[in-house]
Design a protein around this ligand. Sequence first.
Ligand SMILES: Nc1nc2c(ncn2[C@@H]2O[C@H](COP(=O)(O)OP(=O)(O)O)[C@@H](O)[C@H]2O)c(=O)[nH]1
Ligand SMILES: [Mg+2]
Ligand SMILES: [Zn+2]
Length: 308
Amino acid sequence: MTGGAAGAGATMVEGTVIATHGPLVRVQAGDRTLVVAARRKLTWEGPPPEAPRLVVGDRVLVRMEGEDGVVEVVRERRTALLRKAPHGRRPQVLAANVDQALIVFAARIPTPRRGLLDRFLVACHHARIEPVIVMNKVDQGLDEVAGWLAVYDRLGYPVLLVSARTGRGLGQIRRRLVDRTTLFCGPSGAGKSSLLNAVYPGFRLKVGSLSESTGKGRHTTTTAELMPLPYGGFVVDTPGLKEFGLWNLGRAELEEAFPEIAELAPDCRFPDCSHSHEPDCAVRAAVEAGRIDPGRYASYLGLLEETG
Ligand SMILES: Nc1nc2c(ncn2[C@@H]2O[C@H](COP(=O)(O)OP(=O)(O)O)[C@@H](O)[C@H]2O)c(=O)[nH]1
Ligand SMILES: [Mg+2]
Ligand SMILES: [Zn+2]
């Protein structure tokens, strides 16, 4: 680029933020990966975001002059995955524009926990991210989870039965990843890294490291990274599930995230029934009659205590 008037020779490039490093961000624009600065006063399209800081997944416009680029404009976020910061009063955005979450559990080891699954389904609902339940390690047998998988199937959640070890179901995962931004989440040891490596060996993620499975070790980063897929789309592997969501969760939103409860709520005696102790509660009646799964109801009651 030759000199001239300010701005001459500049081009605008659109891309996706795949990592942030302090003042620098890495942006994927087609086949190109750019490392650029972010302008201090960014222009945010759409309504002001809850946390106006660039995060992975943000769609941005970069002004390029030769090799140098500056992020100037951020597109409106379609979705924002929020988490409660450990001591903060403000939410942290973990990733923007995530389309779907693959919630990965192991069929037997480590023991899948209903409470975690339901918590994550609520977080997805809250963030308007489509959840997909992935039961990995089906080579270990399905005896322990068959019952509750049926519950989620009946509620309309997609449930995939897969095995990173035998390759079962990997085609279904691969098809779901194309051209979308997908978050992999689930407890440590469930096989997230194994599944990612199996669907795209180019990731070469470390599998089953002790520090990761014991939690506290080296894996203390809270910033996610987006990994571009060769067939279009991005995936993001995340640290533990407990880090997530339930920011500013109100009682009405909690109820909405449990379709089988929301459906019966109008039949309760009190319009503001919490379905925990009130008389003439249609939800409790349905639990007692076996029409609402007791595990789901237990998850609801647990989360009810976290609502503000
Ligand atoms: N039997 C079996 N083991 C698996 C499968 N997928 C992963 N594993 C094992 O489970 C352990 C944890 O896997 P990893 O991918 O690190 O889990 P992550 O913590 O969720 O990323 C490793 O020892 C893997 O070899 C599977 O489909 N079947
Ligand atoms: Mg992992
Ligand atoms: Zn009720």
